[in-house]
Design a protein around this ligand. Structure first.
Ligand code: TRP
Length: 342
């Protein structure tokens, strides 16, 4: 029996409050979170402490606060139900930071030295990177373990960090003679390989950092913006293929069909069959109608919530209390195990 099996199933995930969320965040993550609420208890946090490791947020308090509310609004607008599922910002549950310190003493430098995301983000001048950026994955481990969460929906890019969280959990359990104290959290790789690619270049992931706003559909885009971006999306001169082999060398066609299938919640093969041999123009009209029908209500709900930040703040506050009620006893046990209290 795996260690996780001895623990009550609990899902935890989080997103950073940086720039606006886009279709990739929705189809790759949020849409799955909404579904998981029906399968297991979940906790979803807005990781504002992690955001401080980014230049775009550091030193910009108003931006961090606004983005925190906006990401919370996106969770709610996408269908996470705050009555069932706490939606809170990480900084308001101090137990994350307290556990992170203990876990900093568990994790080894050699483990963190292997983290590819730190290498990419710190670039050539590692000595100028913040210590926070370096120890970011340890805080992420604390986010998960402070609730003894067993399942963590993450994208491909976070798999290595989740492996590290498992290693830290295992070492803690061994070093403090507490077998099975922490579960070894399992990744839930979101979506059946759903990677939403840029609308301007089908070989690149849709990203909030790509310069052209036409490369992505933001969750805050209204119906006109959505329709226009799909109209302008890069394509090729050929009709749509009759099977998935026809996508070879046609990443844009594949991406648009995948987006259609994900939004329609239909198998890709069925969507391919539906549009086989057709021109992009007709397909784009159908995709545009579908995207507007699915996404414009989310944008509308986000706008409504952002116009009334009081409602968001109330949700964040009551959710943080619920989260703390789970985290406090775990942290208390940790304090006993390491010798801070007896
Ligand atoms: N590192 C994650 C990302 O950038 C965000 C994150 C922080 C997270 N803590 C987490 C995700 C805990 C899952 C669980 O995507």
């Amino acid at each position: 029996m795996s260690a996780a099996a001895k623990h009550t199933p609990l899902v935890l995930s989080g997103m950073q409050p940086t720039n606006t969320l886009h279709l990739g965040n929705y189809l790759g993550a949020l849409k799955n979170w909404v579904r998981m609420q029906n399968e297991m208890p979940c906790l979803f946090c807005v990781v504002d402490m992690h955001a401080l490791t980014q230049d775009s947020a550091y030193g910009k308090p108003a931006d961090v606060m606004r983005a925190t509310r906006e990401v919370a609004a996106a969770y709610i607008a996408a269908g996470v139900d705050p009555k069932r599922t706490p939606i809170f910002n990480q900084s308001q549950v101090a137990e994350h930071a307290e556990l992170a310190w203990v876990l900093n003493c568990v994790a080894r430098l050699g483990w963190l030295d292997r983290m590819t995301q730190f290498k990419e983000k710190s670039g050539k001048h590692k000595e100028r990177a913040s210590v926070g950026l370096y120890t970011y994955p340890v805080l992420m481990a604390a986010d998960i373990l402070v609730y003894k969460a067993t399942h963590v929906p993450v994208g491909d890019d976070q798999k290595q960090h989740l492996e590290l969280a498992r290693d830290i959990a295992q070492k803690f359990n061994n070093d403090f003679s507490a077998p099975d104290f922490f579960p070894l959290p399992e990744p839930v790789i979101t979506g059946p390989g759903m990677r939403v690619m840029s609308l301007r270049d089908g070989t690149k992931k849709m990203s909030k950092t790509e310069e052209s706003d036409n490369s992505r559909i933001n969750l805050t885009d209204d119906a006109d913006a959505i329709a226009q971006k799909i109209r302008k999306a890069k394509t090729d001169p050929h009709p749509l293929p009759a099977d998935d082999k026809g996508f070879a060398g046609r990443p844009e066609a594949e991406n648009l069909i995948n987006i259609y299938a994900a939004l329609a919640e239909e198998p890709v093969a069925k969507v391919i069959a539906q549009f086989a041999g057709q021109q992009f123009s007709g397909f784009k009209n159908a995709l545009s109608d579908l995207a507007v029908a699915k996404l414009a209500p989310i944008a509308g709900e986000m706008r409504r919530l952002m116009d009334d930040p009081g409602e968001i703040d109330r949700i964040l506050k009551t959710s943080a209390e619920k989260a703390r009620a789970i985290a406090q006893p775990v942290l208390h046990e940790v304090k006993k195990l390491v010798g801070f209290v007896d």
